[in-house]
Design a binder for this molecule. Structure first.
Ligand code: ADP
Length: 289
């Protein structure tokens, strides 16, 4: 089910060709429950080996229009993930200090170290989305950023980071419904910001800016997935499936324990480590008791 959402290398994306209401072979939420549960369990297992092996990290980038479901995706898809190995970073309007640096400064600091899952709720792509639409910097500045982003992501990938970028594709009608839902329910009122209406009024400009992102910053090594997101249950299932499949591909293994060989290290003698086989360990443990 995941392949149709991957933007193939070299595709010129026109977002109106993508159906935000697509649900594949599923007709209602109930039908996705078992698959979502299975993915959740598998994700937990994969996170554990990611952590234990400590070789790779996973970076999940979430971008969407307002009310597109970034928060809901994190809440539902990452349910059950060990918080110790997972860090969510929400990128807001940059602070004065952040603006005093290059646009990737705050982003680079938040990337996941080996063994970790990092989730970006908004990301460096805001610097070619909101910044472009609202003309916050001159055109030559934001135009140069696509190449900076590609180089930056290549650096991360070469350093062991698997990058998955998700655009949660909602329709304008669905956004309206969700805004009304936020206004109608007192416990959801806080989620509504009048600024969201300004962004809605710029819908067409945002779609054009997103299309440029997909056309300039999509690579097999850091792909974009355009996920139909009008139905939250289908969105969650699709994203969980893509994450599980990407982690499976890493072919991770639990490492064998190592022991320090010989005497304690000195500044000129590095620690010599020997990989222990389970059989040798068992013998050592039985001798110790
Ligand atoms: P969210 O909508 O993600 O739940 P907020 O309502 O706090 O969170 O919105 C965050 C705001 O920060 C958004 O309006 C977004 O466009 C803005 N933002 C994020 N990154 C940048 C950036 N680099 N430059 C300008 N604005 C940004």
């Amino acid at each position: 089910m995941t392949q149709p959402f991957l933007v193939p290398d070299g595709t010129q994306v026109t977002l109106s060709d993508y159906d935000p209401g697509f649900t594949g072979d599923y007709r209602k939420k109930n039908e996705t429950k078992a698959d979502l549960k299975r993915n959740g369990k598998r994700l937990q297992e994969l996170q554990e080996v990611l952590w234990a092996e400590g070789k790779h990290s996973l970076l999940i980038v979430l971008q969407a229009m307002d009310a597109g479901g970034k928060d809901g995706t994190i809440k539902h898809v990452m349910r059950g993930v060990n918080p110790q190995g997972c860090q969510v970073t929400s990128f807001k309007v940059p602070t004065e200090e952040e603006l005093g640096h290059d646009f990737l400064w705050r982003i680079h600091k938040a990337t996941p170290r080996r063994g970790y899952i990092g989730i970006f709720n908004r990301s460096h792509y805001e610097d070619v989305l909101v910044v472009r639409v609202n003309e916050l910097v001159p055109e030559n500045v934001w135009r140069a950023r696509y190449e900076h982003i590609n180089n930056f992501e290549r650096l991360l990938v070469d350093s062991g980071v698997t990058i998955l970028k998700f655009y949660l594709h909602i329709s304008k009608d669905e956004q309206k419904e969700r805004f009304h839902g936020r206004l109608d329910r007192p416990e959801k009122n806080w989620k509504f910001s009048p600024g969201d209406l300004d962004t809605r009024a710029q819908w067409g400009d945002y779609m054009a800016a997103f299309e440029d992102v997909f056309n300039k910053c999509n690579h097999p090594w850091a792909p974009w997935y355009i996920v139909p997101a009008d139905h939250k249950w289908y969105r969650n299932l699709a994203i969980s499936q893509i994450i599980v499949e990407a982690l499976e591909k890493l072919d991770m293994r639990y490492p064998l324990p190592t022991v320090v060989k010989g005497r304690r290290p000195t500044p000129i003698q590095p620690i010599a480590r020997r990989v222990e086989t389970p059989a040798r360990l068992r013998i050592a443990v039985s001798k110790a008791f």
